[in-house]
Ligand binder design. Structure first.
Ligand code: G6P
Length: 452
């Protein structure tokens, strides 16, 4: 039972989602999130195979090759898998648990059974497509049992695992009724990667406490990054056009996130509202653009987060906008990369204020678009990116006063200390360019190679 792919990436999602319109027309669109953005260039370079779900229940089109030469191998999830494995265990149990209980995780035995089944199914598919001795790179929290299962099915494979979200402290993780199974599943990998040293340490500590044999070299920190080249060049004159369409405000503030309760979108709106209220921001001079990509829309907590955000947008515009000039421009849509680049370039201040985030590639994308040293980044201390981008205007997203301070300091800093701000942006830009996604993938794969 083996295929002919010597490099296989397996992630819950394929880099594209299949959409079927009511008239039966099918289209593929890029799928959301940082994981896909980071791994696509790696797979293209290696001309490898990507095993994943096509983003729609009960569909598994035949494998096909993309224009960039990547073989996509769809895995079918039923509507029941979608509920139990994806919406349930992955996104209503693990997601909130790993993001430090921003909402309360639900522990449901049926969801756990679905998670085990789907991990087994993914493992079986990978075992079929991977060549003898192939390297298999398993991605993220949806597939934590896969390394262990695959190790049993195919002991010849070299298996890496990378977690794209934070790994919680032992006291939180130990809530999970199936904690031992998850740890053993992960330990099937030759190398387990985290963004930060703290995640790696937490994991080593837990594995040892669970009596699993593990050595330090089996675990490592590999902070993920972006491919600055994939951001395109932007439309010539696009920035001027965009600013003009906004009424040429003195300051453009930008937020770009999946609409997720971990991202702190409401808190940042409240911070802006209070600054408008106190007069620290002038509604005639400032515009906030918030792009919120639709995500996991059927899950209760996501619906709550969306209504709170939309209510706040309406209230702020009602209070401080005027006809034809809203203060907050809110898009509940996903935008193509080259359009996004224009927004990044146009933004004087980027607001990235998650309560908790594995890395946050939006922060790095913004910095990558400001090679001229312009702009300012307001960044949560609890985003993994804060370790590398420490020259940002850091804030505590749980403290409204701290977000307000960081935003106000960024705005006044740009006006009063442009040289200082420029130096800070340039330092961050160098960091992102020198530590790009290729370097991330190479360092992980080199460490994986050294393991066997
Ligand atoms: C985060 C996760 C990814 C996930 C993405 C989009 O970046 O780390 O694993 O694919 O969000 O979420 P979704 O549920 O739409 O796949």
């Amino acid at each position: 039972m083996s295929g002919d792919n010597s490099f296989v990436v397996v992630a819950n999602r394929l880099p594209v989602d299949l959409h079927t319109a009511p008239d039966g027309t099918r289209t593929w669109t890029p799928s959301p999130g940082g994981l896909v953005a980071a791994l696509s260039p790696v797979l293209e370079r290696q001309q490898g195979c990507w095993v994943g779900w096509p983003g729609i229940a009960d569909e598994a089109p035949e494998p096909f090759r993309t224009d960039a030469g990547v073989l996509l191998h769809p895995v079918r999830l039923t509507a029941a898998d979608f509920e139990g494995f994806y919406e349930g265990f992955s996104n209503a149990t693990l997601w909130p648990l790993y993001h430090d209980l921003i909402v309360t995780p639900v522990y449901d035995r049926d969801w756990w059974a679905a998670y085990r089944d789907v991990n087994l199914r993914f493992a079986t598919e990978v075992a079929e497509v991977a060549a003898e001795g192939a390297t298999v790179w398993v991605q993220d929290y949806q597939l934590q049992l896969l390394p262990g299962i695959l190790r049993q099915l195919r002991p010849d494979l070299r298996i890496g695992f990378f977690l794209h979200i934070p790994f919680p402290g032992a006291d939180l993780f130990r809530q999970l009724p199936w904690r031992e199974e998850i740890i053993r599943g992960l330990c099937g990998a030759d190398l387990i990667g985290f963004h930060l040293e703290s995640g790696a340490r937490n994991f080593l500590d837990l594995a040892r406490r669970s009596g699993v044999e593990i050595d330090d070299a089996q675990v490592g920190a590999f902070p993920i990054s972006i491919d600055p080249g994939s951001l395109g060049t932007g439309e010539p004159g696009g920035v001027e056009k965009l600013r003009e369409s906004l009424g040429n405000p003195a300051t453009v503030i930008l937020g770009v996130d999946r609409l997720d309760y971990t991202k702190g979108i409401l808190q940042r709106l409240l911070a802006v509202e209070e600054l408008l209220e106190s007069g620290a921001l002038d509604p005639d001079q400032v515009v906030l653009i918030q792009i919120a990509t639709p995500s996991r829309e059927r899950i209760d907590q996501y619906q709550v987060a969306r209504s709170q955000v939309e209510e706040a947008v309406g209230r702020i515009n009602g209070r401080f906008g005027s006809v034809g000039h809203p203060v907050v421009h809110y898009l509940h849509q996903s935008l193509p990369k080259d359009e996004l680049r224009t927004y990044y370039e146009a933004a004087d201040v980027m607001l990235v204020t998650p309560f908790k985030d594995g890395m946050n590639l939006v922060a790095k994308e913004y910095v990558a678009c400001h090679g001229d040293g312009s702009g300012a980044l307001v960044l949560s201390e609890f985003a993994g990116a804060a370790v590398e981008l420490h020259q940002a205007n850091l804030c505590n997203p749980f403290d409204l006063e701290s977000i307000k301070r960081a935003l106000a300091t960024a705005v006044t800093g740009l006006a009063q200390q442009p040289e200082v701000m420029r130096e800070r942006m340039l330092a961050m830009h160098r960091q992102v360019h020198e530590h790009d996604v290729t370097r991330w993938a190479d360092s992980f794969l080199t460490a994986l190679e050294a393991r066997r």
